[in-house]
Design a protein around this ligand. Structure first.
Ligand code: FAD
Length: 470
């Protein structure tokens, strides 16, 4: 049987895997390969948290392959040269992979495809991560979408449900190949286990993704529309890292929720999945946006000079604003932050502290298990007011009102800011308003690092210095 190399990257699963399916259809024996080349494409290199997840996800993939008689063949080095060497040694007739949509990775993949084809190898890629390829939907004028709602309407018009596809039962075994290395040798898992607290919250891999989906269908979906904004309640799916690493196909998620829960709740959830698609659409069409404002008028915005002390206070969750600190500490302890709180901490950084959104985007990139170039960029530029379909810069979240509304009993704050647990629930949102005698002792800042009213006023003043239509 001729061999097809299956080049795994962010598609770490065996079900719903178009490249594996294509190899089977063409009568190829699939040879599963992972090549560690984090800096090769010149894009944003993965952060430490992302690497820690990847290590476990690759181990889970390897275990699933072994259950079927195969295993993951791991290499480190230049992707093209490694694929060429594997093809030469195995006599493979094809190299198949799942498309990546980050601009730098997509460019690299295209170069790999051409080089392999020039050697008369079959080199093909499939969509394994999206409901719609980023080039599939366009406005009536044939342009990319810059606003989510019309994108979503076009998506619904073009919708064609895709059925889930099972994993292969058995896979062929291959001998050890020259140059193979061990997963543990890649340095993905940290030497000092700073990530130890993560794994009570997560199970990387296909089975973990499935468990998260089932738990969400049982406990979250029925109240998703209101519940999704409540960081104190576990009502969102927490599927984002599983989706990022391709441990589950979005169409499998859509299929699973299609018959579960009330129709309005299902629709609200699928709409959020479409935001993820919108992020990839925007990144594909505006590849400069991870590093540059989508709206160039903000190029002249007077961002504050980065004050290392202020930035460090934000990063470490020591701003003295409890909901902000809770979010940043949740992220450091679990690798994830609730979406509502992501918006609040991002608004605080870019507006109250008036620091450039890239400071926050980079911090998130290093600390999120779901760090994703498309969605991190979309989220940060949205909150900062610099992006497509963005919240205008003058909409400044009041972190105290946000906390009162979405964490009414201060439970989320108490979970992540233990210094405030001794305060009555209502006082946790703004502890500086509590008479000083009854304030918690301990090291929590007595006042916010910036006066909230002054920070807001100064942000609005700065906005007047650039011409942005409102
Ligand atoms: P659910 O509410 O269960 O949603 C289901 C899925 O829909 C998510 O897993 C995600 O894939 C998608 N989704 C939900 N909300 C959004 C959204 N606002 N934008 C895009 N996709 C969405 N998401 C990432 O996956 N990676 C990031 O790096 C990232 N960075 C962000 C940065 C900022 C400043 C902000 C405001 C948002 C960011 N998001 C990012 C989007 C969102 O916060 C997360 O996708 C969401 O919190 C994941 O939790 P969940 O899986 O429980 O979401």
């Amino acid at each position: 049987m001729p061999t097809a190399v299956i080049w795994f990257r962010d598609d770490l699963r065996l079900r719903d895997h178009p490249a594996l399916q294509a190899a089977a259809r063409a009568g190829f024996a699939p040879l599963p390969v992972y090549i560690h080349a984090p800096h090769e494409d010149g894009g944003w290199a993965p952060g430490a948290t992302s690497n820690a997840w990847r290590h476990r996800s690759l181990a889970a993939l390897d275990a699933s392959l072994r259950q079927r008689g195969s295993r993951l063949h791991v290499f480190a080095g230049d992707s093209l040269a490694t694929l060429q060497a594997i093809a030469a040694v195995t006599g493979a007739g094809a190299v198949y992979w799942s498309r990546r949509h980050e601009p730098a990775a997509a460019r690299r993949d295209e170069a790999v495809r051409r080089a392999l084809r020039a050697q008369r190898l079959r080199a093909d890629a499939w969509n394994a991560s999206l409901l719609f390829e980023p080039w599939q939907l366009e406005t009536r004028a044939g342009d990319p979408f810059r606003v989510f709602t019309p994108f979503w309407n076009a998506a619904r018009r073009a919708w064609s449900p895709q059925a889930p596809y099972p994993a292969p039962d058995a896979l062929p075994e291959f001998d050890r190949l020259p140059g193979e290395t061990a997963l543990d040798a890649l340095g993905l898992a940290p030497d000092i286990p700073w990530d130890a607290s993560f794994w009570a919250h997560w199970t990387p891999g296909e089975a973990g993704a499935d468990a998260a989906l089932q738990a969400f269908i049982e406990h979250g979906l029925h109240d998703y529309r209101d519940g999704r904004d409540r960081p104190d309640r576990p009502l969102t799916s927490r599927l984002s890292p599983h989706l990022h690493f391709g441990e589950i196909a979005p169409w499998r998620i859509v299929d699973a929720v299609a018959h579960a829960g009330p129709v309005e709740e299902r629709a609200a959830f699928v709409r959020e999945l479409a935001w993820r698609e919108f992020g990839v659409h925007v990144l594909h069409h505006f590849p400069q946006t991870p590093d540059a404002n989508f709206n160039p008028r903000f190029d002249d915005f007077p961002w504050a000079a980065p004050d290392p002390a202020l930035l460090a206070a934000w990063q470490r969750g020591r701003t003295g604003v409890p909901i902000v600190d809770a979010g940043l500490r949740e992220m450091r302890a679990t690798g994830w932050m609730h979406n509502r709180v992501r918006m609040v901490v991002a608004s605080f950084l870019t507006k109250h502290l008036r620091l450039h959104w890239l400071h926050g985007a980079r911090w998130f990139w290093d600390h999120l298990v779901d760090a994703d170039l498309a969605n991190n960029t979309l989220g940060w530029q949205w909150v900062a007011g610099t992006g497509v379909d963005a919240a205008p810069y003058f909409r400044i979240f009041n972190p105290v009102l946000q906390a009162r509304k979405f964490d009414p009993a201060g439970e989320y704050i108490a979970r992540w800011v233990p210094e405030l647990r001794g305060l009555p629930a209502k006082a946790r949102h703004a502890p500086w308003e509590v008479p000083s005698g009854s304030r918690p002792t301990g090291l929590y800042p007595a006042r916010p690092i910036v006066d909230l009213a002054e920070g807001r006023a100064s942000a609005l003043e700065a906005l007047k210095r650039i011409r942005v239509p409102v």
